[in-house]
Write a protein that binds this ligand. Structure first.
Ligand SMILES: [Mg+2]
Length: 377
């Protein structure tokens, strides 16, 4: 089962799909995307391709090590996103060849279903998500936020959470994403202000590289803290887990090194009594990869999915790439385990090829503070 070809498809709203074909005709799909850097990841996959063609598609660990270590320079979002999509496609091939879901190769299933959450930012939206069967949502905390900023913005987010809590009580859990937009001082204020609402977790209250700040923030509230969408590989997670400041790691399986790398990160987290909730505001292949990990990983407790997240565009857009969307059906807050082979999805290649005719060239929004200085997006 030697690798014959690697193809890339830049598809809307901001994704990159990859297809690996073997000489025996088995095909696998992956999603090697770093949002806002699709062209760079595409170039990186093309650079890796001569190393892949002719290799046995089943040698996933060796191919991973070759691409990671063999390039001398390693890590960083572009290189590891390219690696991630390739790794996902190789698992898809292995599963289809052996007619087994990927989780069967990684220890087997540990649960029947996994809870999922989507985005919601207002009382009306959380009511809408509850009506659609969700039991957890994640809201954005603030937009641009300066080093030290006004309490008006803290009051505004506090009011919004209060309205959402009033609308649904504890029927729907509320998580909060700060997107690393705050700095230490104001994150401390937010942390203590949010204590009253008993949130599911607060994500990236500060940028993930400030791991010592997470340790400090814990002194100002008991809300679980999460981070990891911008950490790559087990080495990128080592210190943030060991520092003792976080409760939930959120590796993105399209950025952090793929499914097996996610499993290794999860195991490291488990040893520190830390949970895992894979990050996934991405397309259907990335989500399928995450679900495979969730089904075989004990400390996975919830899965992000992009439907309804405002920057994912049309809520149903991602599903158009699939022949059958039943693998992602949300019933009473949960997605049921699939027994389908590989990643458990069937890509509609005609739709992918049609939509890839117009590359999206999606770039990260550029934000500025009121004084004109650059702000985190
Ligand atoms: Mg986030």
């Amino acid at each position: 089962m030697k690798i014959r070809a690697v193809e890339l498809f830049q598809v809307p709203p901001r994704w990159l799909f990859l297809k690996i074909t073997t000489e025996s005709g088995v095909e696998g799909w992956g999603e090697p995307i770093l949002e806002g850097h699709a062209d760079a990841v595409e170039a990186c996959v093309k650079e890796f391709t001569p190393l892949l063609v002719g290799r046995s598609a089943g040698d996933i660990e060796d191919i991973w090590q070759m691409l990671y270590r063999g390039g001398f320079y390693r890590g960083g979002g572009v290189l590891t996103s390219a690696l991630s999509g390739i790794e996902q496609a190789l698992w898809d091939i292995k599963g289809k060849f052996h007619k087994l879901p990927v989780y069967e190769f990684l220890g087997g299933a540990v649960r029947e279903k996994i809870q999922v959450y989507c985005g919601a930012n207002t009382a009306q939206e959380i009511l809408d998500r509850r009506a659609k069967g969700f039991r957890a949502i994640k809201m954005n905390a603030v937009a641009e936020y300066n080093w030290i900023d006004t309490y008006k913005k803290i009051d505004a987010v506090s009011r919004r959470v209060a309205e959402m809590r009033e609308a649904v009580g504890y029927d729907v859990d509320i998580a909060m994403d700060v997107h690393g937009r705050m700095h230490k001082a104001m994150a401390r204020v937010l942390m203590s202000e949010m204590e009253q609402y008993r949130l599911l977790f607060i994500e990236e209250p500060v940028l993930t590289e400030n791991e010592e700040v997470f340790v400090e923030l814990r002194k100002h509230g008991s809300t679980p803290l999460a981070t990891g969408e911008r950490n790559y590989t087990r080495w990128g997670f080592k210190n943030v887990i060991a520092c003792g400041g976080i409760d939930i790691v959120q590796p993105d399986l399209s950025h952090a090194g793929g499914i097996l790398e996610g499993k290794k990160i999860a195991a490291m987290a488990e040893a520190y009594d830390v949970a895992i909730a894979p990050h996934c505001p991405l397309g259907p292949i990335a989500l399928a990869a995450c679900l495979q990990l969730d089904f075989c990983t004990h400390n996975a407790f919830i899965q992000e999915q992009s439907l309804g997240l405002e920057y994912a565009g049309d809520a149903h857009e991602g599903m158009a790439y699939l022949k059958d969307v039943s693998s992602f059906a949300c019933e009473n807050g949960f997605v049921r385990r699939t027994n389908k082979p590989g990643l458990g999805i069937e890509i509609d290649e005609a739709v992918v090829r049609e939509r890839a005719k117009q590359p999206h060239h999606w770039y990260t929004p550029q934000w500025r503070n009121e004084d004109g200085s650059v702000s985190e997006w």
